[in-house]
Design a protein around this ligand. Sequence first.
Ligand code: SF4
Ligand code: SF4
Length: 126
Amino acid sequence: MEEFKPPCEECRGRCCDYVAVELEKPTRKKDYDSIRWYLAHKNVNVFVDHSKTWFVEFRTPCDKMNVEKRCTIYKTRPSICRDHGDFEGSCEFYDTPYKEYFSTVREFEKYLENKKIDWKFKFFSK
Ligand code: SF4
Ligand code: SF4
């Protein structure tokens, strides 16, 4: 079978504009509070992907991308870049990875409230 090549020329580096780090699924007040803390920062978002994995996302372009949005260390790019888009539909050119996306503290609090999850510590009301 012919090896799949993602359409990077056309895409202009959509996957090179952020860093995402996997999180444990939040289940406790402490976890919800950490996510509120991430979201209190500029250019930091939290998302759940289509396989229900949670990530914190830092919106910051890779320094190795040039003005033409091309990788300047292509031959030695890290494996996380190398493995991205290794089959059709597995990269942002085709779809966003987001099932849920939070960019503000309040958006996340509303999400928890809609699910009837109590995220507040008692000391918040003092
Ligand atoms: S999102 Fe996909 S098509 Fe776009 S640069 Fe990254 S791997 Fe290439
Ligand atoms: S190293 Fe290259 S491929 Fe990887 S994120 Fe940076 S510009 Fe993109």
